[in-house]
Ligand binder design. Structure first.
Ligand code: GRF
Length: 209
């Protein structure tokens, strides 16, 4: 049986989801995508999942009165699908305390900036506005705040003088795809260790393969 049983939350295009599905198909990633859930019914990511033959469904947050109720529907669906690890791959919603507790220490997110710089939306645009010379992407464990959990791994890319949002987004996205698969494979192979430190954030150590 595959080592990592994944539930993937998406809201949009799903290129990161695609990178995971491709890596699983190539057997570069010892994981099984058990269920993809999009909170947006028209998200192209859902079609990407269906084409790869993995279960995918839309659960719209608009159908629920509160975040907690919506998140409970996500938990129920993931539990039924026997999901163990949750990947936020372009999921544009915050998760409730209850959801976080259910999958404690087993939720990761990918963000298109070198955190803690530029958390939240439009990270690439804000990096350009700020005039940074280097940007990149971060995979981190998820906690209650936006893009704030312990950092697992990062990749940097140069920012060119003539970059616009689209060119920078594309350059970062290439690295996102590789980084996300690399981190998931490290998790699958038990090479990721979270080390508690006095008065400091936990340090995430990733051993090389
Ligand atoms: C990525 O840039 C990811 O870092 C961010 O949302 C975007 C999703 O892109 N959280 P895609 O849907 O995977 O193509």
């Amino acid at each position: 049986m595959a080592r990592l049983r994944l539930g993937i939350l998406v809201s949009g295009t799903g290129t990161n989801l695609g990178a995971i599905l491709d890596a699983v198909a190539r057997r570069d990633l010892d994981a099984e995508v058990r269920l993809v859930i999009s909170n947006i019914e028209q998200a192209p990511a859902l079609e990407r999942a269906s084409k790869a033959g993995v279960p995918a469904r839309a659960i719209s947050h608009r159908g629920y009165a509160t975040r907690e109720e919506f998140d409970r529907a996500l938990v129920t669906a993931f539990r039924e699908a026997k999901v163990e690890w949750v990947v936020l791959a372009g999921f544009m919603r915050l998760l409730s305390t209850e959801f976080l507790a259910t999958f404690a220490g087993r939720i990761i997110n990918i963000h298109p900036a070198l955190l803690p710089a530029f958390p939240g939306v439009n990270a690439q645009r804000r990096a350009l506005e700020h005039g940074v010379k280097v940007s990149g992407c971060t995979v981190h464990f998820v906690d209650e705040a936006v893009d704030s959990g312990p950092i697992i791994a990062q990749r940097a890319v140069p920012v060119h003088d003539d970059d616009d949002e689209s060119s920078l987004r594309q350059r970062i996205l290439v690295e996102e795809h590789a980084l996300l698969v690399q981190v998931l494979q490290a998790l699958a192979a038990d090479r990721v260790q979270v080390i508690a430190r006095a008065n400091l954030r936990p340090l995430v150590s990733v051993r090389a393969s």
